[in-house]
Write a protein that binds this ligand. Structure first.
Ligand code: HEM
Length: 410
């Protein structure tokens, strides 16, 4: 780890863009040029939001230092009951206990069972677009995939999906969007009573039933690790968090991936000719167009671990997208390459104890969506006049719209 980098507050950013960098001000794009300048001239930058880490080694090290840097979705002073803390806010050692149960429920081999369902789903949503020959892929093809997959895995009956989707959208918008965060600290029940009641009913139904179902709710109820099981409130909280964390993120992975493939005919042809490369394409998309481009933490103690004096209470931002394009770590960092020696070596899923437990599922959804697209589409291009604009969600990075002209394979 390059802790020995010269203290960044003594170095001067080279451009006005870097000098005035505000991580929360970039709602339309990820400011890659400014981040590149900061990596060279001011790798640990002071910004109006807090300290900003731009280098791969520092970001990875910081994700592992869970004592000093704790997750912060809420405003300072907000106290949430322990059982209603989202997985990412729980301190060790309790985090480890809850995390092992969550890991068991979304483990790789369990997620893989969803592949046929995901494949059918992708065909179903692509059909009408191909019939028409054009469509807005984010709304019509991409967004429905993760929400339907998680509903299926949770065991929500199909007739409730529409309502369930609407509620999850409301919860996500209420909790994560910059302008409307759940700052009241009243937990999920206060934030969305109908959604909470629905999840509680699912839990009660699984507890009452004697059929051995294999859905996420049942797994969360029955998984016991070292004598520890989750309470109903913990199950509700972590279930809602799984939904919230998996939807928007996976949507952006698929959106970014398809944007690349549609706008790069050579990449499209290469992947069509060799489906074995799809997994690499997913990883390279995660690295180059990281769906979560930054993570925020609160500093819990004074530290100069990165060569700058960080004070307790200050915010620190892990520049995930910047780390994933760090020229000291990656060759040709700005290029989409399918021949990287260690394709999974990136921090798109974070690192340390909080590394994303849904990574296998997200990778699966990304790969299957890409494979189905390649199976069904003979030729693709962006609709005339398309320019890429990022989703306005401040921490997320994926195309807001993806208007495309598609020629179906006969
Ligand atoms: C491409 C899609 C995804 C990306 C880029 C992504 C990214 C991340 C990142 C960067 C973190 C670390 C957060 C931190 O350290 O503060 C994280 C944590 C988490 N993710 Fe994902 N994620 C994705 C999909 C999913 C899916 C599909 C699920 C659920 C099925 C999920 C559930 C979670 C949960 C519960 C955590 C918190 C883990 C903890 O704090 O221990 N994610 N994700």
């Amino acid at each position: 780890m390059s802790i020995a980098t010269p203290p960044s507050q003594t170095s001067t950013p080279t451009s006005a863009g870097a000098r005035t960098f505000d991580p929360l001000a970039h709602l339309d794009d990820v400011p890659y040029d400014t981040l590149a300048e900061l990596r060279t001239g001011c790798p640990v930058a002071r910004t109006p939001t807090g300290w900003y880490l731009t280098k791969f080694d520092e970001v990875l090290a910081a994700t592992k230092d869970v004592e000093t840097f704790v997750s912060s979705f809420r405003d300072a002073g907000v106290v949430v009951p322990e059982e209603e803390k989202l997985l990412s806010e729980i301190a060790e050692p309790r985090h480890g206990q809850v995390r092992r149960i969550v890991n068991a429920t979304v483990a790789h081999h369990k997620s893989m069972r969803a592949e046929p369902f995901i494949r059918d789903l992708c065909h179903e949503y692509l059909d009408p677009i191909l019939e028409r020959g054009h469509g807005e892929l984010v709304a019509e093809f991409i967004t429905p995939v993760p929400i339907n997959v998680i509903s299926h895995l949770i065991g929500v009956p199909a007739e409730d999906w529409e309502q369930f989707h609407a509620w999850t959208d409301e919860v996500v918008n209420g909790s994560y969007s910059r302008t409307n965060r759940n700052e009241r600290g009243e937990g999920l029940a206060g934030a969305h009573p109908e959604f909470t009641a629905y999840i509680d009913a699912l839990i009660a139904d699984r507890r009452a039933g004697d059929d051995a179902r294999d859905d996420l709710v049942t797994r969360l109820i029955t998984t016991e690790i070292e004598g520890h099981r989750l309470s109903d409130v913990e199950i509700r909280t972590q279930l809602a968090f799984l939904i919230m964390s998996g939807n928007e993120t996976t949507r952006h992975l698929i959106g970014n991936l398809l944007w690349r493939v549609i706008s790069d005919p050579e990449l499209f042809a290469t992947l069509k000719a060799d489906r074995g490369l799809c997994e690499r394409a997913v990883e390279e998309s995660l690295r180059l167009d990281s769906p979560v481009h930054m993570l925020m933490r609160d500093c819990t103690a004074e530290t100069d671990v990165f060569g700058v004096p960080m004070r307790s209470g200050e915010k620190i931002v892990f520049g995930v997208a910047s780390a994933n394009r760090d020229e000291d770590y990656f060759d040709h960092p700005d290029e989409f390459r399918l021949d990287r020696a260690r394709p999974k070596d990136h921090v798109a899923f974070g690192g340390g104890p909080h590394i994303c437990p849904g990574a296998s599922l997200a990778r699966l959804e990304g790969r299957v969506a890409l494979e189905v697209f390649l199976d069904r589409v003979a030729a693709a291009e962006l609709a005339p006049g398309s320019t890429r604009r990022k989703t306005p969600v401040f921490w997320a990075n994926g195309p807001h719209r993806l208007d495309a002209l598609l020629t179906p394979l006969k």
